[in-house]
Design a protein around this ligand. Structure first.
Ligand code: TYD
Ligand code: ZN
Length: 412
């Protein structure tokens, strides 16, 4: 059930430095449906260590559970729950349509297309596209929206099938997906075979430098096998003849980077040089950087536990907002369970009335927060802060954020 790493880097096989242990962790998106003692007792857990590689700068989780345990017919994250993310991917679709999808046989392949948040923009305009995703519940939803989608893991076999049926792809996109893929070498190789010689590969996911800077250690959980950066992506893809030509930084998910790759080595934008320097300045190859990050993370956990325990002992109700995968890491690491938090509000129908993994906190329909009026609400979906606070402006509660430190949010 666990694919153990044996202390060597998944990208370059160098020995790695394990610098942090989270202890026993459940799978972040495995929400509990059946609230019986036997389901709670038999919950799958794995010992989560994290490490980095001094050679290729790759930040990685060491013991990764088997992918079928994480990506299956009950994957809980539906990207289209956020209007901001819908806009974000609409903008990306317009850029792709105008810049890259020009020839009559051009099509876009999205690996890990989730509920079709990006591809919907292509299907609406009848532009050739294909999505692939391993979670059947997401694929069903995407299909209902008219998106051309295949339910499978992306690997050399599915890449071959795609090439036989559709030919080489002009555009391949992975948004918030590549960091889920444990077997990154095989996937990078399959991408290089499927991408046309004048094609573009676009990858976007949480950016390592931002995570270290903010202390947002919650980005680490088994589905996020890796937290990538320019240096580690360059190292990986250059082995397969694919080079980073440009990057764009976004505030999404606490800091994300979009990387544009092609088979052309010669092009490198000013932004790429800028972020190469950022990574050098932030010493992403240095053990001390990660030891400091660990200390910062532990302080965030202990401060949050102290805050919640203190309020609960004084008789206040404390709830959460956003049953995010990120919250699974902090709640389990800080040991904030259902004896402290009353519930976590969330708008995702699939999550409502289930329990959070490991900590068994009830997930309650976000619509009910207005009438419940908890004294304190911890914003676990802090990456959607402006959207949520706007939506909940009439809700009477004190909103709390905890990254980089505990703070009462006073929005006016
Ligand atoms: P997100 O932070 O995007 O992902 P992750 O699970 O990778 O950490 O998850 C946001 C969660 O917040 C998701 O469960 C939906 C929920 N949500 C609301 O309940 N209301 C909202 O207005 C928004 C934007 C999100
Ligand atoms: Zn390495």
């Amino acid at each position: 059930m666990i694919n153990k790493l044996k202390n060597s880097c998944r990208v370059c096989n160098n020995s790695i430095e394990i610098f942090m242990n989270f202890g026993d962790m459940p799978i972040a998106n495995n929400l509990i449906t059946n609230n019986t003692n036997s389901t709670l007792d038999s919950e799958f857990k794995y010992d989560m260590d994290v490490a980095f590689c001094t050679k290729c700068a790759c930040f990685q989780v060491t013991n990764v559970p088997n992918k079928n345990l994480m990506f299956n017919n009950s994957y809980a994250y539906f990207a289209s729950e956020s209007k901001e993310m819908i806009n974000h991917f609409y903008n990306l679709s317009q850029e792709i349509i105008t810049k890259y999808l020009i020839g009559p046989d051009d099509y876009i392949l999205e690996i890990g297309c989730n509920d079709g948040i990006l591809l919907k923009n292509f299907s609406d305009q009848k532009i050739p596209h294909l999505g692939i995703d391993a979670s059947s519940n997401l694929v069903e939803k995407a299909k209902m929206d008219g998106i051309n989608v295949k339910c499978a893991f992306f690997d050399d076999i599915s890449a071959d099938e795609i090439e036989n049926e559709y030919g080489k792809a002009k555009v391949i996109v992975l948004t918030n997906t590549m960091h889920h893929i444990e077997n990154c070498n095989a996937v990078a190789k399959a991408i290089s075979l499927l991408l046309s010689k004048d094609g573009v590969l676009i990858i976007e996911d949480p950016y390592l430098v931002d995570m270290i800077d903010l202390g947002s250690f919650e980005q680490i959980y088994a589905e996020h096998n890796f937290i990538w950066c320019l240096s580690s992506y360059s190292y990986l893809f250059e082995m397969y003849g694919i080079y980073i030509n440009d990057v764009k930084h976004f505030d999404k998910h606490g800091g994300s980077m979009r990387y544009y790759f092609s088979k052309k080595l010669s092009i490198k934008s000013k932004e790429v040089t800028f972020y190469e320097n950022v990574e050098k300045k932030n010493k992403i190859n240095d053990l001390k950087t990660y030891v400091d990050f660990k200390e910062k993370s532990e302080k965030i956990c202990s401060d949050l536990l102290k805050f919640v325990s203190d309020k609960v002992s004084k008789g206040y109700t404390v709830c959460g907002y956003g049953a995010t995968a990120k919250s699974c890491t902090i709640l389990n690491y800080a040991k904030i369970t259902n004896n402290l938090l009353t519930c976590i509000y969330d708008s995702t129908p699939f999550k409502i009335n289930k329990l959070t993994p490991g900590t068994h906190i009830p997930i309650r329909d976000a619509k009910l927060i207005k009438e419940d009026q908890p004294d304190f609400t911890i914003l676990f979906a802090w990456n959607h802060k402006s959207e949520i606070l706007k939506k909940e402006r009439l809700t009477k509660t004190t909103w709390i954020e905890y990254i980089p430190e505990i703070n009462e949010i006073n929005e006016n």
